[in-house]
Design a binder for this molecule. Sequence first.
Ligand code: UTP
Length: 506
Amino acid sequence: MEAWDERAVRERLRCAGQEHLLRFCADLAPGPRAALLAELGPLEPDVLREHCRRAAAAHGRPSGPGPDLAARLQPLPPDRLGSATRCHPDTRRRWEEEGLHQIALGKVAVLLLAGGQGTRLGVPYPKGMYQVGLPSQKSLYSCRPRGSGGAAVAGERFGTRCIVPWYIMTSEFTLEPTAKFFQEHDFFHLDPANVVMFEQRMLPAVTFDGRAILERKDKVAMAPDGNGGLYCALADHQILEDMEQRGVEFVHVYCVDNILVRLPDPLFIGFCVCQGSDCGTKVVEKAYPEEPVGVVCQVDGVPQVVEYNEMDPETVQLRAPSGALLFSAGNICNHFFTRAFLRRVTSEYEPLLQPHVAVKKVPYVDEEGNSVTPKAPNGIKMEKFVFDVFPFAKNFVAFEVPREEEFSPLKNGDLAARDSPTTARQALLWQHYRWAVQAGARFLNINGVLLPDQPPSLPDQGEPPAVCEISPLVSCFGEGLEEYLRGREFQTPLLLDEKEARALHP
Ligand code: UTP
């Protein structure tokens, strides 16, 4: 921790109009005082002043894509939209082959956004460490050894050992526990040299009249600057230079909370590369018109994500002649970027990104120094979003994938009806059950009764008929399971890990 002189910090805060942050400094013991000064010292006065001014000014002003949105909104044109399921099998094979080839050449990296505070889930540790209750007791960080999925398949296909570097953006909240967790788990058998953690910036929460908030006498209420803080963080930590040295050209970016993420996905990467795209995104068809997900579409002909609450109710309901929702391309925070595009973003476009305003209840200390937990929102957090760069792409594409195979986010605690630990666990177990049955396995239920051998065509709500979990070290995407499973009957639950696989196919 760098030692900061109180007078120097006070002067910097005075220039920023935020001197009140030191109002309890004289009451503090030397340790907490030094910690507070170390937190405040590095904040650039101009940047802090501008941040507080912008937050207050943005509060109450409508955010989003501006007026008359309905008239300016269009779905993505068909030539910008691919599909994993509606393409010709030969085309699909070509895309997949291209993606595997790029992975085998070492040109692909994966990048995890893991700096969020996970307030809705409400656990006091990073969301990636959360266990949703799988038979293997794996956490979100470990239930897929990230980077090894597509790498393992590409290695098999091209007979080479593929390295897919794993970049992990953390924040002040998540860096230390995440790094410790990885060390305790032996980096999930990956070479630590290929796992690069870096930290995003933090910004103070601000009152509606533009004053940064003290959370405790010795601590400012800081929050990470949103997952769009990625672009500043890439520049702050010379991550693009690191990618260049490793020969990385394509980056597959994803969120920590999607338990079904395919990573790196040869099909998606191959599709984007074959389209010559600099920036691409996966989408799933919206489940119902009011589903609260952002929609990938065009505003004034420019691709972007429009949040569900920014569209008016009539637009949300519009249907295409086919009967499908007109604005149905749901954003799942799973993106493709070329390194060259990321370079342009960090050097040119990042300052143009408009922060989004989130009005939150921010705990604070009152004038007497008492801690207060507000009952109503009292503060503003400013965030940038990772998809805010879509409008700057020269050749933007979207790729529609089946939800039941690719998207089940963990956002909420188990009291919620959706996006909870239970729904995430069930989604993964349904997927693995379908893979196993397709590979020829048959299951006995807990009463020893043989279950029907056809998997239901659509994933159901609730628990799957049998519990089956397949380790990603055995199969990444459901491939190659026949040799272990065809023609065999299994008692539920089945955990097909490497040991069980060796026993089934020595
Ligand atoms: P969410 O927007 O769901 O936020 O993040 P969250 O922090 O996980 O959860 P809540 O909203 O507090 O409940 C989507 C993804 O973006 C990352 C998260 O870690 C998650 O992978 N993220 C979010 C960051 O990396 N940095 C941020 O500042 C915010």
